[in-house]
Design a protein around this ligand. Sequence first.
Ligand code: EPZ
Length: 423
Amino acid sequence: MEKFSIEGPVRLHGKVAASGAKNAALPALAATLLSDEKVELTRVPAVRDIRTMCRLLEHLGGECESEGHRVVASGSCVGGDQPDAPYELVKTMRASILVLGPLLARRGRATVSLPGGCAIGVRPIDEHLRGMEALGAEVELSEGYVTARADRLVGTRFRFHVPSVTGTENVMMAATLAQGSTRLENCAREAEIADLAELLNAMGAKISGAGGDVIEIEGVDALHHARHEVIPDRIEAGTYLIAAAITGGDVEVEGARWRDLEALTAELEAAGVRVERTASGVRAVGNGELAPTRVETAPHPGFPTDLQAQWMALMTQAEGTSSLRESVFENRFQHVAELNRLGADVQIDGRTAVIHGKRALSGTGVMATDLRASACLVLAGLAAEGTTVVDRIYHLDRGYEAMESKLHSLGAQVERFSAPMEV
Ligand code: EPZ
Protein backbone atom coordinates (compact mmCIF):
# COMPACT_ATOMS: atom_id res chain seq x y z
CA MET A 1 0.00 0.00 0.00
CA GLU A 2 1.59 3.31 -1.06
CA LYS A 3 1.84 6.21 1.35
CA PHE A 4 3.11 9.78 1.41
CA SER A 5 5.51 10.95 4.09
CA ILE A 6 5.34 14.73 4.50
CA GLU A 7 7.69 16.91 6.58
CA GLY A 8 6.15 20.11 7.90
CA PRO A 9 5.75 22.94 8.37
CA VAL A 10 6.90 24.31 5.00
CA ARG A 11 6.25 27.53 3.12
CA LEU A 12 5.51 26.69 -0.54
CA HIS A 13 6.76 29.05 -3.21
CA GLY A 14 7.11 28.95 -6.98
CA LYS A 15 5.13 28.01 -10.06
CA VAL A 16 3.32 24.80 -10.93
CA ALA A 17 1.52 23.91 -14.17
CA ALA A 18 -2.11 22.80 -14.05
CA SER A 19 -2.76 19.44 -15.69
CA GLY A 20 -5.76 18.79 -17.90
CA ALA A 21 -9.06 18.34 -16.08
CA LYS A 22 -9.84 14.72 -15.16
CA ASN A 23 -13.57 15.56 -15.09
CA ALA A 24 -13.40 17.00 -18.61
CA ALA A 25 -11.22 14.23 -20.08
CA LEU A 26 -13.48 11.43 -18.82
CA PRO A 27 -16.65 12.57 -20.66
CA ALA A 28 -14.48 13.49 -23.67
CA LEU A 29 -13.20 9.92 -23.85
CA ALA A 30 -16.76 8.59 -23.56
CA ALA A 31 -17.79 10.94 -26.39
CA THR A 32 -15.39 9.17 -28.77
CA LEU A 33 -17.88 6.28 -28.76
CA LEU A 34 -20.22 8.51 -30.75
CA SER A 35 -18.11 8.18 -33.90
CA ASP A 36 -16.08 5.46 -35.58
CA GLU A 37 -13.57 8.07 -36.71
CA LYS A 38 -10.51 8.95 -34.64
CA VAL A 39 -10.71 11.71 -32.05
CA GLU A 40 -7.46 13.19 -30.74
CA LEU A 41 -7.47 14.62 -27.22
CA THR A 42 -4.57 16.62 -25.84
CA ARG A 43 -3.73 17.86 -22.32
CA VAL A 44 -5.24 14.63 -20.96
CA PRO A 45 -4.00 14.15 -17.38
CA ALA A 46 -1.92 11.04 -16.72
CA VAL A 47 -4.05 9.79 -13.82
CA ARG A 48 -5.55 6.42 -12.94
CA ASP A 49 -9.17 7.22 -13.83
CA ILE A 50 -8.10 8.06 -17.40
CA ARG A 51 -6.37 4.69 -17.73
CA THR A 52 -9.53 3.01 -16.41
CA MET A 53 -11.70 4.80 -18.98
CA CYS A 54 -9.30 3.82 -21.77
CA ARG A 55 -9.55 0.18 -20.68
CA LEU A 56 -13.35 0.47 -20.74
CA LEU A 57 -13.33 1.89 -24.29
CA GLU A 58 -11.13 -1.00 -25.43
CA HIS A 59 -13.42 -3.47 -23.63
CA LEU A 60 -16.25 -2.01 -25.75
CA GLY A 61 -14.30 -2.71 -28.92
CA GLY A 62 -13.12 0.87 -29.37
CA GLU A 63 -9.52 2.02 -29.67
CA CYS A 64 -7.69 4.11 -27.11
CA GLU A 65 -4.02 4.89 -27.75
CA SER A 66 -2.41 7.12 -25.17
CA GLU A 67 1.03 8.68 -25.32
CA GLY A 68 1.89 11.16 -22.57
CA HIS A 69 -0.91 13.70 -22.41
CA ARG A 70 -2.26 12.83 -25.86
CA VAL A 71 -4.95 10.20 -26.42
CA VAL A 72 -6.39 9.05 -29.75
CA ALA A 73 -9.62 7.08 -29.48
CA SER A 74 -12.40 5.92 -31.73
CA GLY A 75 -15.62 4.16 -30.99
CA SER A 76 -16.13 1.18 -33.18
CA CYS A 77 -18.83 -0.21 -30.90
CA VAL A 78 -18.83 -3.86 -31.74
CA GLY A 79 -20.15 -4.69 -28.26
CA GLY A 80 -21.13 -8.33 -27.88
CA ASP A 81 -23.60 -9.83 -25.43
CA GLN A 82 -21.42 -9.17 -22.43
CA PRO A 83 -22.28 -6.11 -20.32
CA ASP A 84 -20.81 -3.00 -21.92
CA ALA A 85 -19.55 -1.69 -18.61
CA PRO A 86 -19.12 -4.58 -16.18
CA TYR A 87 -19.32 -4.14 -12.43
CA GLU A 88 -15.61 -5.00 -12.04
CA LEU A 89 -14.73 -1.83 -13.96
CA VAL A 90 -17.58 0.43 -12.87
CA LYS A 91 -17.02 -0.18 -9.14
CA THR A 92 -13.54 1.30 -9.50
CA MET A 93 -14.80 4.37 -11.35
CA ARG A 94 -18.36 5.66 -11.28
CA ALA A 95 -17.71 7.89 -14.27
CA SER A 96 -18.02 4.69 -16.37
CA ILE A 97 -21.73 5.54 -16.42
CA LEU A 98 -20.77 8.14 -19.05
CA VAL A 99 -20.66 5.43 -21.74
CA LEU A 100 -24.42 4.88 -21.36
CA GLY A 101 -25.57 7.85 -23.46
CA PRO A 102 -23.06 7.42 -26.31
CA LEU A 103 -23.65 3.65 -26.64
CA LEU A 104 -27.44 4.10 -26.57
CA ALA A 105 -27.31 6.83 -29.20
CA ARG A 106 -24.81 5.06 -31.46
CA ARG A 107 -25.88 1.43 -31.18
CA GLY A 108 -29.41 1.55 -29.77
CA ARG A 109 -28.51 -0.53 -26.72
CA ALA A 110 -26.33 -0.19 -23.62
CA THR A 111 -25.89 -2.39 -20.57
CA VAL A 112 -23.97 -0.69 -17.77
CA SER A 113 -23.46 -1.78 -14.19
CA LEU A 114 -25.13 0.45 -11.65
CA PRO A 115 -22.24 2.37 -10.09
CA GLY A 116 -23.21 1.66 -6.52
CA GLY A 117 -22.41 4.12 -3.77
CA CYS A 118 -19.04 5.45 -2.80
CA ALA A 119 -17.38 7.06 0.20
CA ILE A 120 -19.09 10.42 -0.30
CA GLY A 121 -22.66 9.29 -0.84
CA VAL A 122 -25.28 7.11 -2.47
CA ARG A 123 -24.63 8.77 -5.83
CA PRO A 124 -27.88 7.74 -7.63
CA ILE A 125 -28.18 7.93 -11.43
CA ASP A 126 -31.94 8.47 -11.64
CA GLU A 127 -31.48 11.76 -13.50
CA HIS A 128 -29.37 10.03 -16.14
CA LEU A 129 -32.05 7.37 -16.64
CA ARG A 130 -34.98 9.82 -16.65
CA GLY A 131 -33.18 11.75 -19.37
CA MET A 132 -32.65 8.66 -21.52
CA GLU A 133 -36.33 7.72 -21.11
CA ALA A 134 -37.33 11.24 -22.10
CA LEU A 135 -35.36 10.69 -25.33
CA GLY A 136 -37.47 7.59 -25.99
CA ALA A 137 -35.29 4.83 -24.51
CA GLU A 138 -36.69 1.84 -22.68
CA VAL A 139 -34.74 1.48 -19.44
CA GLU A 140 -34.75 -1.58 -17.22
CA LEU A 141 -32.83 -2.44 -14.07
CA SER A 142 -31.97 -5.99 -13.20
CA GLU A 143 -29.30 -7.74 -11.17
CA GLY A 144 -27.35 -4.55 -10.59
CA TYR A 145 -27.26 -3.58 -14.24
CA VAL A 146 -29.16 -0.96 -16.19
CA THR A 147 -30.08 -1.74 -19.82
CA ALA A 148 -31.31 1.01 -22.11
CA ARG A 149 -32.70 0.35 -25.58
CA ALA A 150 -33.99 2.57 -28.41
CA ASP A 151 -34.19 2.10 -32.17
CA ARG A 152 -33.49 5.80 -32.55
CA LEU A 153 -33.63 8.44 -29.87
CA VAL A 154 -36.06 11.27 -30.48
CA GLY A 155 -35.41 14.87 -29.46
CA THR A 156 -37.48 16.20 -26.58
CA ARG A 157 -37.73 18.80 -23.83
CA PHE A 158 -36.31 17.55 -20.52
CA ARG A 159 -35.80 19.32 -17.20
CA PHE A 160 -33.33 17.97 -14.63
CA HIS A 161 -34.64 17.77 -11.05
CA VAL A 162 -31.03 18.11 -9.92
CA PRO A 163 -28.28 19.88 -11.94
CA SER A 164 -26.23 16.68 -12.20
CA VAL A 165 -22.82 17.15 -13.84
CA THR A 166 -22.44 13.71 -15.42
CA GLY A 167 -26.20 13.51 -15.84
CA THR A 168 -26.10 16.62 -18.04
CA GLU A 169 -23.10 15.25 -19.92
CA ASN A 170 -24.70 11.82 -20.48
CA VAL A 171 -28.02 13.14 -21.78
CA MET A 172 -26.35 15.84 -23.89
CA MET A 173 -24.17 13.19 -25.58
CA ALA A 174 -27.18 10.94 -26.23
CA ALA A 175 -29.15 13.84 -27.75
CA THR A 176 -26.43 14.64 -30.34
CA LEU A 177 -27.58 11.70 -32.52
CA ALA A 178 -31.30 11.89 -31.69
CA GLN A 179 -33.88 12.67 -34.37
CA GLY A 180 -34.89 16.32 -34.07
CA SER A 181 -34.08 18.89 -31.45
CA THR A 182 -33.68 18.57 -27.68
CA ARG A 183 -33.97 21.26 -25.01
CA LEU A 184 -32.38 20.43 -21.65
CA GLU A 185 -33.29 22.62 -18.66
CA ASN A 186 -31.84 23.04 -15.16
CA CYS A 187 -28.54 21.69 -16.50
CA ALA A 188 -25.33 21.68 -14.51
CA ARG A 189 -23.08 24.63 -15.43
CA GLU A 190 -19.62 23.33 -14.51
CA ALA A 191 -16.79 24.28 -16.90
CA GLU A 192 -16.36 20.65 -17.97
CA ILE A 193 -19.80 20.67 -19.62
CA ALA A 194 -18.98 23.57 -21.95
CA ASP A 195 -15.69 21.83 -22.73
CA LEU A 196 -17.51 18.61 -23.67
CA ALA A 197 -19.92 20.57 -25.89
CA GLU A 198 -16.94 22.18 -27.62
CA LEU A 199 -15.54 18.73 -28.44
CA LEU A 200 -18.94 17.43 -29.59
CA ASN A 201 -19.45 20.44 -31.87
CA ALA A 202 -15.95 19.89 -33.29
CA MET A 203 -17.16 16.34 -34.05
CA GLY A 204 -20.13 17.79 -35.96
CA ALA A 205 -22.78 18.04 -33.24
CA LYS A 206 -25.04 21.10 -33.04
CA ILE A 207 -25.12 22.21 -29.40
CA SER A 208 -25.73 25.67 -28.00
CA GLY A 209 -26.00 27.02 -24.46
CA ALA A 210 -23.65 24.54 -22.73
CA GLY A 211 -22.27 26.12 -19.55
CA GLY A 212 -25.66 27.70 -18.90
CA ASP A 213 -28.74 26.08 -17.41
CA VAL A 214 -30.47 25.57 -20.79
CA ILE A 215 -28.77 23.53 -23.51
CA GLU A 216 -30.23 23.13 -27.02
CA ILE A 217 -29.14 20.23 -29.22
CA GLU A 218 -30.07 19.72 -32.89
CA GLY A 219 -29.72 15.99 -33.63
CA VAL A 220 -27.46 14.92 -36.51
CA ASP A 221 -27.02 11.56 -38.26
CA ALA A 222 -23.34 11.01 -37.51
CA LEU A 223 -20.31 12.56 -35.84
CA HIS A 224 -16.77 12.63 -37.24
CA HIS A 225 -13.12 12.99 -36.32
CA ALA A 226 -11.91 15.96 -34.29
CA ARG A 227 -8.96 17.25 -32.27
CA HIS A 228 -9.58 18.85 -28.87
CA GLU A 229 -7.46 20.21 -26.03
CA VAL A 230 -8.96 19.45 -22.61
CA ILE A 231 -9.40 22.44 -20.27
CA PRO A 232 -7.08 22.82 -17.27
CA ASP A 233 -8.14 21.19 -14.01
CA ARG A 234 -9.79 23.86 -11.86
CA ILE A 235 -9.93 21.57 -8.81
CA GLU A 236 -6.26 20.67 -9.02
CA ALA A 237 -5.46 24.38 -9.47
CA GLY A 238 -7.64 25.29 -6.50
CA THR A 239 -5.90 22.66 -4.40
CA TYR A 240 -2.49 24.25 -5.04
CA LEU A 241 -3.83 27.76 -4.35
CA ILE A 242 -5.14 26.54 -1.00
CA ALA A 243 -1.74 24.89 -0.41
CA ALA A 244 -0.13 28.31 -0.80
CA ALA A 245 -2.61 29.78 1.70
CA ILE A 246 -2.25 27.07 4.35
CA THR A 247 1.56 27.26 4.26
CA GLY A 248 1.72 31.07 4.15
CA GLY A 249 3.49 30.66 0.83
CA ASP A 250 3.38 32.13 -2.68
CA VAL A 251 2.27 29.86 -5.54
CA GLU A 252 1.30 30.59 -9.13
CA VAL A 253 -0.69 27.89 -10.94
CA GLU A 254 0.16 28.27 -14.62
CA GLY A 255 -2.68 27.55 -17.04
CA ALA A 256 -5.37 27.97 -14.36
CA ARG A 257 -8.36 29.94 -15.68
CA TRP A 258 -9.50 32.79 -13.45
CA ARG A 259 -13.16 32.40 -14.48
CA ASP A 260 -13.22 28.77 -13.27
CA LEU A 261 -11.98 29.74 -9.81
CA GLU A 262 -13.98 32.84 -8.87
CA ALA A 263 -15.91 31.19 -6.02
CA LEU A 264 -12.64 29.99 -4.48
CA THR A 265 -10.67 33.21 -5.04
CA ALA A 266 -13.48 35.23 -3.42
CA GLU A 267 -13.29 33.07 -0.27
CA LEU A 268 -9.47 33.14 -0.25
CA GLU A 269 -9.60 36.94 -0.29
CA ALA A 270 -12.24 36.90 2.46
CA ALA A 271 -9.81 34.80 4.51
CA GLY A 272 -7.07 37.40 3.97
CA VAL A 273 -5.12 35.66 1.21
CA ARG A 274 -3.89 37.83 -1.65
CA VAL A 275 -5.01 36.35 -4.98
CA GLU A 276 -4.15 37.71 -8.38
CA ARG A 277 -4.76 36.94 -12.03
CA THR A 278 -1.40 36.68 -13.80
CA ALA A 279 -0.49 36.61 -17.48
CA SER A 280 -0.24 32.83 -17.36
CA GLY A 281 -2.58 31.75 -14.57
CA VAL A 282 -3.63 32.47 -10.99
CA ARG A 283 -1.39 33.27 -7.98
CA ALA A 284 -2.10 33.06 -4.25
CA VAL A 285 0.08 34.65 -1.57
CA GLY A 286 -0.54 33.69 2.05
CA ASN A 287 0.79 35.72 4.96
CA GLY A 288 0.28 33.37 7.86
CA GLU A 289 -2.77 35.31 9.09
CA LEU A 290 -6.12 33.73 8.15
CA ALA A 291 -9.61 35.00 8.96
CA PRO A 292 -12.44 32.51 9.62
CA THR A 293 -15.14 32.15 6.93
CA ARG A 294 -18.65 30.79 6.43
CA VAL A 295 -18.76 28.74 3.21
CA GLU A 296 -21.42 26.52 1.63
CA THR A 297 -20.78 24.23 -1.34
CA ALA A 298 -23.15 24.45 -4.30
CA PRO A 299 -23.36 23.52 -7.97
CA HIS A 300 -21.37 25.86 -10.25
CA PRO A 301 -21.02 28.84 -9.98
CA GLY A 302 -21.11 28.14 -6.23
CA PHE A 303 -18.17 26.97 -4.11
CA PRO A 304 -17.11 23.58 -5.57
CA THR A 305 -17.82 20.56 -3.39
CA ASP A 306 -14.55 19.12 -4.75
CA LEU A 307 -12.66 21.83 -2.83
CA GLN A 308 -14.61 21.44 0.43
CA ALA A 309 -12.15 19.08 2.12
CA GLN A 310 -9.17 21.20 1.12
CA TRP A 311 -10.91 24.35 2.40
CA MET A 312 -11.59 22.64 5.72
CA ALA A 313 -7.87 21.96 6.16
CA LEU A 314 -7.20 25.65 5.57
CA MET A 315 -9.82 26.80 8.08
CA THR A 316 -8.13 24.80 10.86
CA GLN A 317 -5.46 27.53 10.66
CA ALA A 318 -7.87 30.50 10.72
CA GLU A 319 -7.99 32.74 13.85
CA GLY A 320 -11.52 31.93 14.98
CA THR A 321 -14.48 29.67 14.26
CA SER A 322 -15.50 28.87 10.67
CA SER A 323 -18.45 26.96 9.28
CA LEU A 324 -18.46 24.84 6.14
CA ARG A 325 -21.73 23.42 4.82
CA GLU A 326 -21.67 20.52 2.34
CA SER A 327 -24.88 20.93 0.36
CA VAL A 328 -24.09 18.73 -2.65
CA PHE A 329 -23.22 15.31 -1.19
CA GLU A 330 -24.66 13.75 1.95
CA ASN A 331 -21.54 12.16 3.35
CA ARG A 332 -18.50 14.15 2.37
CA PHE A 333 -16.94 14.67 5.80
CA GLN A 334 -14.81 11.50 6.02
CA HIS A 335 -11.71 13.68 6.34
CA VAL A 336 -12.89 15.30 9.61
CA ALA A 337 -11.82 12.45 11.90
CA GLU A 338 -8.41 12.34 10.22
CA LEU A 339 -7.94 16.11 10.48
CA ASN A 340 -8.78 15.93 14.19
CA ARG A 341 -6.07 13.25 14.60
CA LEU A 342 -3.62 15.89 13.36
CA GLY A 343 -4.80 18.24 16.12
CA ALA A 344 -7.66 20.08 14.43
CA ASP A 345 -10.92 20.75 16.27
CA VAL A 346 -13.75 20.16 13.79
CA GLN A 347 -17.26 19.30 14.92
CA ILE A 348 -19.94 17.99 12.56
CA ASP A 349 -23.51 19.17 12.92
CA GLY A 350 -25.54 17.45 10.17
CA ARG A 351 -24.32 18.83 6.86
CA THR A 352 -22.32 21.61 8.51
CA ALA A 353 -18.81 21.32 9.88
CA VAL A 354 -17.76 23.84 12.54
CA ILE A 355 -14.02 24.41 12.49
CA HIS A 356 -12.44 25.92 15.62
CA GLY A 357 -9.19 27.62 14.69
CA LYS A 358 -6.39 28.30 15.03
CA ARG A 359 -5.15 24.86 16.09
CA ALA A 360 -1.50 23.85 15.75
CA LEU A 361 -1.31 20.62 13.76
CA SER A 362 1.23 17.94 14.56
CA GLY A 363 2.22 15.19 12.21
CA THR A 364 1.01 11.60 12.68
CA GLY A 365 -0.38 8.72 10.60
CA VAL A 366 -3.68 9.43 8.78
CA MET A 367 -5.71 7.58 6.16
CA ALA A 368 -7.23 8.88 2.94
CA THR A 369 -10.79 7.76 2.21
CA ASP A 370 -11.51 9.41 -1.13
CA LEU A 371 -9.83 11.55 -3.76
CA ARG A 372 -10.36 15.01 -2.29
CA ALA A 373 -10.05 13.89 1.35
CA SER A 374 -6.55 12.66 0.49
CA ALA A 375 -5.68 16.09 -0.93
CA CYS A 376 -6.99 17.67 2.29
CA LEU A 377 -4.69 15.49 4.40
CA VAL A 378 -1.66 16.32 2.24
CA LEU A 379 -2.36 20.05 2.69
CA ALA A 380 -2.74 19.60 6.45
CA GLY A 381 0.55 17.65 6.51
CA LEU A 382 2.33 20.56 4.83
CA ALA A 383 1.24 22.82 7.72
CA ALA A 384 1.71 20.28 10.53
CA GLU A 385 4.79 20.19 12.76
CA GLY A 386 6.76 17.01 12.13
CA THR A 387 6.08 14.01 9.91
CA THR A 388 2.64 13.19 8.53
CA VAL A 389 2.14 9.83 6.83
CA VAL A 390 -0.92 9.71 4.55
CA ASP A 391 -2.00 6.14 3.83
CA ARG A 392 -4.01 4.82 0.83
CA ILE A 393 -2.53 7.42 -1.48
CA TYR A 394 -4.00 5.49 -4.42
CA HIS A 395 -7.05 7.70 -3.91
CA LEU A 396 -4.89 10.70 -4.78
CA ASP A 397 -3.52 9.05 -7.91
CA ARG A 398 -7.03 8.91 -9.36
CA GLY A 399 -7.16 12.63 -9.95
CA TYR A 400 -3.84 14.37 -9.20
CA GLU A 401 -1.03 13.99 -11.73
CA ALA A 402 2.48 13.71 -10.21
CA MET A 403 1.47 15.49 -7.02
CA GLU A 404 4.70 14.74 -5.16
CA SER A 405 6.90 16.13 -7.95
CA LYS A 406 4.72 19.24 -8.24
CA LEU A 407 4.96 19.75 -4.48
CA HIS A 408 8.75 19.14 -4.60
CA SER A 409 9.06 21.91 -7.18
CA LEU A 410 7.32 24.22 -4.68
CA GLY A 411 9.75 23.33 -1.89
CA ALA A 412 7.80 20.63 -0.07
CA GLN A 413 9.40 17.51 1.42
CA VAL A 414 7.06 14.75 0.27
CA GLU A 415 8.15 11.17 -0.32
CA ARG A 416 6.06 8.31 -1.72
CA PHE A 417 6.86 4.92 -0.26
CA SER A 418 5.35 1.45 -0.14
CA ALA A 419 4.65 -0.31 3.09
CA PRO A 420 3.48 -3.87 3.62
CA MET A 421 -0.27 -4.23 4.00
CA GLU A 422 -1.19 -3.84 7.66
CA VAL A 423 -3.12 -6.83 8.91
C1 EPZ B 1 -19.35 15.03 -10.81
O1 EPZ B 1 -19.89 13.89 -10.20
C2 EPZ B 1 -17.86 14.96 -10.56
N1 EPZ B 1 -17.31 13.76 -11.21
C3 EPZ B 1 -17.58 14.93 -9.06
O2 EPZ B 1 -16.17 14.95 -8.88
C4 EPZ B 1 -18.18 16.19 -8.42
O3 EPZ B 1 -18.01 16.13 -7.03
C5 EPZ B 1 -19.68 16.29 -8.77
O4 EPZ B 1 -19.86 16.23 -10.20
C6 EPZ B 1 -20.31 17.57 -8.25
O5 EPZ B 1 -19.64 18.68 -8.80
C7 EPZ B 1 -17.10 13.77 -12.53
O6 EPZ B 1 -17.37 14.74 -13.23
C8 EPZ B 1 -16.53 12.51 -13.12
P1 EPZ B 1 -23.64 15.04 -9.66
P2 EPZ B 1 -21.45 13.50 -10.48
O7 EPZ B 1 -24.42 14.09 -10.49
O8 EPZ B 1 -21.83 13.91 -11.84
C9 EPZ B 1 -27.33 14.01 -6.93
C10 EPZ B 1 -14.12 14.33 -7.97
O9 EPZ B 1 -13.70 14.44 -6.81
N2 EPZ B 1 -27.76 13.20 -8.09
O10 EPZ B 1 -23.51 16.45 -10.12
O11 EPZ B 1 -21.63 12.09 -10.06
C11 EPZ B 1 -26.13 13.40 -6.27
O12 EPZ B 1 -26.51 12.45 -5.30
C12 EPZ B 1 -15.54 13.86 -8.19
O13 EPZ B 1 -13.47 14.60 -9.01
C13 EPZ B 1 -29.04 12.65 -8.09
O14 EPZ B 1 -29.79 12.80 -7.14
O15 EPZ B 1 -22.19 14.44 -9.44
C14 EPZ B 1 -25.46 14.58 -5.62
O16 EPZ B 1 -26.08 14.84 -4.38
C15 EPZ B 1 -16.22 13.46 -6.90
N3 EPZ B 1 -29.42 11.91 -9.17
C16 EPZ B 1 -25.77 15.72 -6.58
O17 EPZ B 1 -26.87 15.28 -7.39
C17 EPZ B 1 -28.59 11.71 -10.26
O18 EPZ B 1 -29.00 11.03 -11.23
C18 EPZ B 1 -24.63 16.12 -7.50
O19 EPZ B 1 -24.22 14.97 -8.18
C19 EPZ B 1 -27.32 12.29 -10.23
C20 EPZ B 1 -26.93 13.03 -9.15
